[in-house]
Design a protein around this ligand. Structure first.
Ligand SMILES: [Zn+2]
Ligand SMILES: [Zn+2]
Length: 268
């Protein structure tokens, strides 16, 4: 009952929401899908909103915060985030005193304990108001999530390298982006150090920083226009293979779907 579980409810520019917990409770990271879908997805894994101890927000882009308002107003679920992120969300979603009173301000690098869970926010490089990834420690396991990052800065590298289970962005294929439908300005934003991580950036980082404690890599936030799941998988697995690390043997490699949930992973 108390084994660590993970499921992605959705991942990508049309919405992000992830559950990390056990069979009876847990947290959500990001709230970028509709509240009814969230409820349905929780029910599918035997949970309700009352089992959610808090929702941890990575940054204030809409695909990560869509449902913050109903979570606060109707469901009274605590929302965790940095001061800058939460005040930006309060403005963007016109949240009132209830939000201000119930919000849980956290600081980067300062772990928050909720029951058996210890959650640490760490800096990532992106163009939201303030941007973090999360590392979740639970009964000797470390689960880390870093999405929406232009590059892996020194700070985030520490947390990403330390994971047993890792969700890491693989947003775009460099060629698909260059030859795709996006205008040049937008391409440049995506490529910049405060944009998104490419398949090969993710693969190279993973290959260079692999440790045998890493059991699962989940590639997240795949672009609809500039990436394909098979391409992300191949690029990353080939870069790992160059360093003698075999996906499916030394580490499990999974691409997360954009709008449908992943399977539920129960970690031993
Ligand atoms: Zn995003
Ligand atoms: Zn973003």
């Amino acid at each position: 009952m108390d084994k660590l579980r993970f499921i992605s409810f959705a991942s990508g520019s049309s919405g992000n929401c992830f559950f990390v917990g056990n069979a009876t409770q847990g947290i959500l990271i990001d709230a970028g899908i509709g509240i009814r879908t969230m409820k349905k997805r929780l029910k599918e894994i035997g949970l309700e909103f009352s089992d959610i101890l808090g929702v941890f927000i990575t940054h204030d882009h809409f695909d990560h915060i869509k449902s913050v308002k109903p979570l606060v107003d109707k469901l009274l679920i605590p929302i965790y985030g940095t001061k800058e992120t939460l005040s930006s969300i309060a403005q963007l979603q016109q949240l009132g005193s209830q939000f201000i009173a119930g919000q849980k301000i956290i600081s980067k690098e300062e772990p928050v304990s909720i029951g058996d869970w210890k959650i640490t926010a760490f800096e990532v490089s992106h163009d939201g108001t303030d941007n973090v990834g999360y590392s979740v420690e639970y009964k000797g396991h470390t689960f880390t999530l870093a999405t929406d990052l232009g590059y892996v800065c020194e700070n985030s590298a520490r947390y990403i390298s330390d994971a047993d289970y890792l969700v890491l962005e693989a947003n775009y294929d460099e060629e698909m982006l260059a030859n795709g439908p996006y205008p040049y300005m937008l391409q440049e934003r995506i490529r910049s150090n405060t944009g998104h991580l490419s398949n090969s950036d993710a693969g190279r980082f993973l290959a260079d920083n692999y440790s045998d404690k890493l059991k699962y890599i989940y590639l997240c936030h795949l672009s609809h226009s500039n990436n394909l799941p098979e391409l992300a998988y191949c690029t990353v697995s080939e870069l790992l293979a160059d360093k003698g690390i075999i996906a499916g043997k030394d580490v499990e490699l999974v691409t997360l779907e954009r709008t449908s949930p992943s399977k539920l992973y129960v970690f031993e």
